[in-house]
Design a binder for this molecule. Sequence first.
Ligand code: KIV
Length: 271
Amino acid sequence: MSISKEVKRVTVHTLRQMKEAGEKIAMLTAYDYSMARILDEAGIEVLLVGDSASNVMAGHETTLPITLDEMIYHASSVVRAINKALVVVDLPFGTYQGNSKNALDSAIRIMKESGAHGVKLEGGLEIKESIIRILSAGVPVMGHLGLTPQSIYKFGTYTVRAKEEMEAERLLSDAILLEELGCFSIVLEKIPAPLAAKVAQTVSIPIIGIGAGDQVDGQVLVTHDMLGITKDFKPRFLRRYRDLYEDIYNASKEYLRDVKSKDFPNQSEQY
Ligand code: KIV
């Protein structure tokens, strides 16, 4: 029996045990009650209330505009749905960088108002003080290195990160630092697979990859991407398991046709 099935609720300790046992961790994003319920029942171990909600839920071009209040709204909807999964919430842009008191206040609001189990922050050394302060309040922290979408205007593109030796060395030392500070896991986004493998071997906390190859401890995808609800986003790392854009489009067309033709509702569909 797998470790995640032995225990009722997934905790940060479960994830550590899974890494030690070589059992891969499955993480997906969730932003609302109905979807979170399905993902939790399917056995997905970690639900990430990602700030990708800014893109897929709100239609913004970047993750920067989403607010703390909006993240708390999404997170509390997800928490109400789950029985087993660990729920981790992104601290949105502007709520933790450069001011550790602000970071702690933001993390506490998320934990208190949504009931989530941990927070995720993008960055390494530059946000060290914020991480220390959040951890000191007993809030579990997940790190996020590599492509960090909240810094898109610094880098200018969403291309693969840490291809150059200096950037790769910095990423590895940031990962070691995050483990030393006490983070329970790290997301590595869009970096070369050999570098991600090296990080996963070097640190003992679980490394969850997105576009980081197969030698890490788990995988994460944006649910709307892997279900094919988003249409034009086609990075190489993405596996689409369904084409729900097509399915929803066709179902809507059928409904439209049935309403117009007065086929819906029929006798058995009314009181
Ligand atoms: O916001 C998000 O969905 C994320 C994942 C891509 C890891 O941070």
